[in-house]
Ligand binder design. Structure first.
Ligand code: 1YM
Length: 636
């Protein structure tokens, strides 16, 4: 008995450690961390299903902020554990108590995942587990971060099997967060693509929304979804193969766009930073095309080989590997990169063989793609030449004459601190020029609408004056030649009015940077300026509010009745005001543009900027909240 007490103290200490430093276990205690709790529980269901037990998962968001996740697998084992506790008690209270996964089984354990259900329990104010197994319904309940409220007991009989977990996140830890139906749906849809024939249902009891995902053709359906708003050049190609217990499944399709979109997974966990499997795929596909071109004598001249980037223009691909736990290796700070060395050669060989065969069998499609790659090669070489010319001073005069008319450069030349403001229109440009700190802030006013990069090829983009000016001002190239280290600026800041037109220009510029200077975004150097929405005057004292919430707060904190003016356009602000509110690094607030999720960012940019009107309308209605001030906020 004494021993049991001792170990139960240890358990509580373990769970207490999680509550003290949640970030160490789930990354953060913001929205992302909150959702991590769901993925942790759902991953147990997914493991069960990919190992062959069960075929459905259901997630219910309750009105009170709790959530229920259930599956129809075998049910968590209910026997006694050697420690004297029931197996469910062990699973939900002991850190890292994974299953006894048999050798050869695949386990979802990439990246930050796999910290275990006990971590979810530690960070929940309530947890309720119902198990359907061995003809019995069993229940165990926890409270206050993992204390047993009611030990495992039989509560009924059943002929079904499965596990149902309900938990209430501890909202004293996850402050000001709530579950996002959209985020959960997006993630579950992705899982449904990766596990053909599984059914995943998501229900939001508050809004009465529900979604059900079920795909019979896995990655083929995934690519169809990704390319839904684009024009494909052929039917989706889906191939697989395996070696040494590593299973490779890949689907791809070319479209008439100019960008590449490759997403990869290992054991159903996304590898955000790629890794050996992606490298293998890229090498394999490049080799297959180059060999095909050579064998059929399609390109003449001495440099007749394609670069990888030529072959990937317009390519969407999804790569999914299943690797036995013993060979799994992840790298990088976020563990989002596959390190397993043999995954590279295995993926490369399978890709090469399958694509080579496909090209030989589908001559017309092959020639189409080769032609597209050739155009990319020509454009790439032209862009490189233009870049070299710019470096060597050729054509520099014209561009510089142009630039000198527009750009107000910073007087200092330090690229580590300099900032470039892209400003909508000449009048705002004027205020910004007078208001700035010229030592390190440069102003580039843009006239008229920016070209839509989603609908324009790189060579046409290069012909546009506005775009050219941006490229030359930043000075780090474009497309595959873009070198972020060469940027003349540490921050590129988009500064537009807080209205619909301003939002449109923002989206066009973000699209441009996303397509042609993505490393700038990845390096965290692209920002959106946040001009204030209101000015509140209390006699001599005045305040600026950047949101309605802030406006109310200021009113609550001050006495008297303020004179409130709704903000004018940037051009109507006086230079001092613009400096104080929007440009001064000590007082301004900037929004950093980040790519959380490349696949979704792709799809969003596509929906927002592509040809088809209907999906755009739908998406805007569902996801962009036009607030009172007409500024927009992208959810999720
Ligand atoms: C809603 C969450 O956790 N399902 C689930 C979990 C397990 C099993 C089945 C399972 C696994 C195994 C054998 C095994 C887990 N079992 C364990 C442990 N859904 C959910 N469904 N029998 C049942 O892996 O061998 C951990 S998770 F540790 F008991 F094996």
């Amino acid at each position: 008995m004494a021993k049991y007490d001792e170990s139960s103290i240890k358990i509580l200490e373990g769970l207490e450690a999680v509550r003290k430093r949640p970030g160490m276990y789930i990354g953060s205690t913001d929205k992302r961390g909150l959702h991590h709790l769901i993925w942790e529980i759902v991953d147990n269901s997914i493991d069960e299903i990919i190992n062959g037990y069960g075929d459905s998962i259901k997630i219910v968001l309750h009105k009170d902020g709790s959530i229920t996740i259930s599956d129809n697998g075998r049910g968590v084992p209910i026997g006694m554990h050697e420690s004297g506790m029931s197996t469910p008690e062990v699973i939900y209270t002991i850190l890292h108590a994974g299953g006894k996964f048999e050798e050869g089984n695949y386990k979802v354990s990439g990246g930050l995942h796999g910290v275990g259900a006990s971590v979810v329990n530690a960070l929940s104010s309530k947890m309720d587990v119902v198990i359907y197994r061995d003809g019995l319904i069993s229940n165990i309940r926890f409270t206050s971060g993992g204390k047993v409220e009611s030990p495992l007991k039989t509560i009924g009989k059943t002929n079904k099997t499965g596990t149902t977990v309900t938990f209430m996140p501890d909202y004293t830890i996850f402050k000001n967060c709530n579950f996002s139906y959209t985020t959960i749906c997006e993630r579950m849809q992705e899982s449904a693509f990766l596990i053909p024939n599984v059914t995943i249902e998501v229900i939001d009891e508050d809004s009465n929304k529900t979604n059900k995902y079920h795909y019979e053709e896995g990655l083929t359906n995934f690519i169809e979804f990704i390319n839904e708003d684009k024009t494909p050049l052929h039917k989706v190609v889906n191939f697989s193969g395996n070696k040494n217990g590593i299973e490779v499944n890949i689907a791809f399709q070319y479209t008439d766009t100019y960008n590449e979109n490759i997403i990869s997974f290992v054991n159903n966990v996304k590898t955000i930073d790629g890794g050996t499997h992606e490298v293998g795929f890229k090498t394999g596909i490049t080799k297959a095309f180059n060999d095909y071109v050579k064998a059929n004598n399609l390109i003449k001249g001495k440099d007749s080989t394609f670069d990888g980037s030529d072959v990937r223009e317009g390519l969407s691909a999804v790569i999914n590997l299943r690797i036995p736990e013993a060979s799994l290796q992840f790298e990088g700070q976020t563990k989002g990169k596959l390190g397993t060395p043999e995954a590279r050669s295995i993926t490369e060989n399978i890709t090469y063989e399958k694509i080579k065969f496909y090209l030989e069998e589908n001559k017309e499609i092959a020639l189409n793609i080769v032609e597209k790659a050739s155009k990319s090669k020509v454009a790439r070489e032209a862009a490189r030449k233009a870049r070299e010319d710019a470096r060597n001073g050729k054509g520099k005069n014209k561009i510089e004459r142009n630039l000198s008319q527009k750009l107000a450069p910073a007087s200092g030349k330090n690229p580590k601190i300099n900032e470039l403001f892209l400003v909508e229109g000449d009048s705002a440009g004027g205020s910004a020029k007078s208001g700035r700190d010229r030592k390190f802030q440069a102003i580039l006013p843009l006239r008229g609408k920016v070209l839509n990069a989603e609908k324009t090829s790189i060579s046409d983009m290069l012909k546009n004056e506005e775009i050219n000016t941006i490229i030359h001002t930043i000075g780090a190239g474009i497309g595959s030649d873009f070198i972020v280290e060469d940027s003349n600026y540490d921050k590129v800041i988009i500064m537009t009015d807080a209205d619909v037109d301003g939002s449109h220009i923002q989206i066009l510029l973000i699209t441009f940077f996303y397509r042609f200077m993505r490393p700038l975004i990845e390096a965290g150097k692209l920002y959106i300026a946040k001009p204030p929405l209101y000015k509140l005057d209390y006699g001599k004292k005045h305040f600026y509010a950047y949101s309605d919430e802030e406006r109310f707060k200021i009113i609550a904190e001050n006495t008297g009745k303020p004179d409130i003016s709704r903000n004018k356009g940037l051009g109507e602000m006086n230079p001092d005001e613009l400096w104080d509110t929007t440009m001064n690094p000590d007082t301004r607030s900037l929004i950093r543009v980040n790519i959380n999720d490349v696949a979704l960012a792709e799809k969003r940019v596509n929906i927002l900027m592509g040809d088809k009107v209907e999906p755009r309308k739908e998406w805007i209605e569902e996801n962009i909240v036009f607030t009172m001030e007409d500024s927009y906020r992208v959810e999720g």
